[in-house]
Design a protein around this ligand. Sequence first.
Ligand code: ADP
Ligand code: ASP
Ligand code: MG
Length: 431
Amino acid sequence: MNMPLVVQKYGGTSVGTIDRIQHVAQRIARIRKTGTQVVVVVSAMAGETDKLVKLAHQICDNPERREMDLLLSSGERISSALLTMALQALGIPAISMTGRQIGLQTDSVHTRARIKQIDAKRAQQALKENNVIVVAGFQGINEKGDVTTLGRGGSDTSAVALAVALGASQCEIYTDVDGVYTADPRMVPKAKKLDVVSYDEMLEMASLGAKVLQIRCVEFAHKFRMPLVVKSSYIEGGKGTLICEEDSNMEQPVVSGIMYDKNQAKITLKEVPDQPGIAANIFGSIADAGLSVDMIIQNISAEGHTDLSFTLDREELNEAMVIMEKVAKKIRAVNVSADSKIAKISIVGAGMRSHSGVAARIFKSLSKEKINILMISTSEIKVSCIIEQKHTKAAVNALHTAFGLDTKPTPIKSIENKNSPARKKSKIKKK
Ligand code: ADP
Ligand code: ASP
Ligand code: MG
């Protein structure tokens, strides 16, 4: 007899305290009693991963990535063991598993490894023995047997990969908001919940900063056509947001969302000789280190020289600066500087393809707020601007209004239990 199988992932705030862990255990026990098999993927308790990162940075600025992986993977091990104990205390047979035990094999790119395959034999055996499996998300092992992690927010990706490997019908992502919104509902009180979002749009939203889902999780789900549902672990029975294949009946508004990303940094090389091969030198060294550059601008300055700026993830800034200082000497740039007080604001919408005037409207509404634009980039379905980070909230709200996305204000307390200790803690410092 084939029992239905569901894969559920609970994020950091959803397992942020012992109370929350017990609450999640009760939810799982209820589903288990309906005869459904459950594989659960958990994140570290809210704040834990950040705490571990800070510990490492008290020792050095650029810790070895291999060691970071071993350190950071411990957060998820703790929450998986605790949730398993909570299930067992309710009389539900359960077993915790690390990335290694669940057979999640990755490449060797420490701190942002990619999943190669999952050897699900042990998981299948544990399911046969009637267990709920509680998997430590965000981690795997490489071919040497070393622990790897999948990048921040990577438990989402562990969940989708397991759903695919075990043949689940869908993957449910439980978090602290009740779905995907037109903008981060914590930043834009008038943001609207979306019932259905296509994989393509979700991919764009995730890569532009809507951290409700990790980018790779959406890529994986798209590749294997695994339906994803984002729901709140605080509310019973909500429909959440379904992320699935685009169908012709799906509405295609010009703009479907406004995203922001404060996790960006800008590096500027001043007075770089304006000669062939210089850009190749700069960006070749960055690529060789496995770092990815996002936006690039080049300004002509004094005769025969140019200023060149580019953005990248803030986590990669220290490493990139070490490289750029060496490159600057080699190419005789006058100076290298870094700015991490920036934010990227993006407007996303598949309908933009057939509409003009989007960029003009963005510039007009930002200028009304007296917000200066430092860099701009566009693609078929998005426009992104770099601005000073202190203007993020004003910019996102102004654009949300300018593109007609506002709805009646959604009080935060209607989408979650505001008084939960996990939420209070996460307000001070999210993971
Ligand atoms: P988890 O710990 O459950 O993985 P995350 O903090 O990673 O949760 O993601 C959930 C958060 O994503 C929400 O609290 C919300 O503030 C933020 N978020 C950003 N953009 C969006 C969006 N467009 N829709 C919903 N949530 C968003
Ligand atoms: N704990 C990891 C992080 O904070 C992974 C995750 O939560 O998905 O990024
Ligand atoms: Mg997350």
